[in-house]
Design a binder for this molecule. Structure first.
Ligand code: AMP
Ligand code: MN
Ligand code: MN
Ligand code: MN
Length: 300
């Protein structure tokens, strides 16, 4: 059985290791295919693909696009970030390129605002965050802020920082910026226009405690499918069991693709380990049949 892991990060976004290192670990792990799917950038693809091919591993180009959704909750609208995996897109497609650039800029502004808020309690600065980012072109996210708080000794690990001060609900948490980060449905359209295959990353992971399928937003999911969403990343450590069953039912009814992946962020980035969840080869074949913006590379 082929081992396929379709979601990993390098230091071009919030992973701890270079694209080459991630590819080398993918080979060591015995993966047959892996996707580097950094947040809002394709800048690690070439480096990762070159090392992957050298080591006999297939490479699947991916991007984890940041989008912003809204959903009605009683009288008001609830806005929340949604991560959309785009497989085999053309990152030079003008619409997608604009969306990626807007996200990188929005992420910088938002992270600076979070750092300003945290700096009232902790001795950190935006400059410290930038200094600690391994690659100057990296897409910034909350993990970069967490690294600064670990660096000054305020916390032991990224995870601890998330639990204490960076999670939604923390007074320091700021959502992606409306008007800059693309809206979810526009994001799906944009990925499709760029020849990519949009797959929802870790669906319902935020509802870790709310695992009653009665409360899952079915209409919202059907709207995404109508908009052209092609599948769900069901097998991911953050997707609760009840959500998996519900998603598999929905996927079957709509003939959607189902993937599994690690969401690896480096040995020291997160607990997620390469290959801890895998994607069925048939599902990768369906992705390959639909994606036209870039191509899977295979070792000769
Ligand atoms: P952002 O996109 O800036 O909101 O940051 C979200 C990122 O934070 C995710 O892509 C994860 O990589 C990371 N993250 C979320 N929760 C944790 C955690 N508990 N420990 C470490 N990293 C986390
Ligand atoms: Mn991440
Ligand atoms: Mn994500
Ligand atoms: Mn991810």
């Amino acid at each position: 059985m082929l081992r396929i892991d379709l979601h990993t990060h390098s230091n071009r976004s919030d992973g701890k290791e270079s694209p080459s290192q991630v590819a080398a670990y993918a080979a060591e792990n015995g993966l047959d295919f892996f996707s580097l799917s950094d947040h809002d950038t394709a800048s690690g693809w070439d480096e990762a693909a070159a090392v992957a091919l050298e080591r006999g591993v297939g490479f699947v180009p991916g991007i984890e696009l940041t989008t912003l959704a809204k959903i009605r909750r009683g009288e008001s609208w609830h806005r929340f970030g949604v991560h959309l995996l785009a497989y085999l897109p053309d990152p030079e497609h003008p619409g997608l390129k604009r969306a990626l650039q807007a996200n990188v800029e929005a992420r910088d502004q938002r992270a600076q605002a979070m750092v300003e808020s945290l700096a009232t309690e902790y001795d950190i600065s935006w400059q410290l965050v930038l200094d600690l980012v391994g690659d100057p072109s990296a897409t910034i996210g909350r993990p970069a802020i967490a690294d600064a708080l670990v660096k000054i000794g305020a916390f032991e690990t990224r995870d601890e920082v998330f639990v204490e001060v960076l999670a939604e609900g923390s007074p320091h948490f700021i959502e992606y910026i409306e008007g800059m980060t693309p809206e979810l449905f526009f994001g799906i359209e944009t990925v499709l226009a760029a020849g990519g295959v949009p797959i929802l990353a870790h669906p319902l992971a935020r509802n870790r405690r709310d695992v009653d399928p009665e409360h899952f937003p079915r209409a919202h999911f059907e709207d995404m499918i109508d908009a052209g969403l092609k599948g769900f990343e069901v097998y991911h450590r953050d997707v609760p069991e009840a959500a998996r069953r519900w998603l598999l039912g929905l996927a079957e009814r709509h003939e959607l693709i189902v993937t599994g992946s690690s969401d690896y962020h480096g040995l020291k980035g997160k607990l997620n380990r390469l290959g801890e969840n895998l994607t069925d080869p048939e599902m990768l074949a369906r992705i390959e049949a639909l994606g036209t913006g870039s191509a899977i590379s295979r070792p000769s």
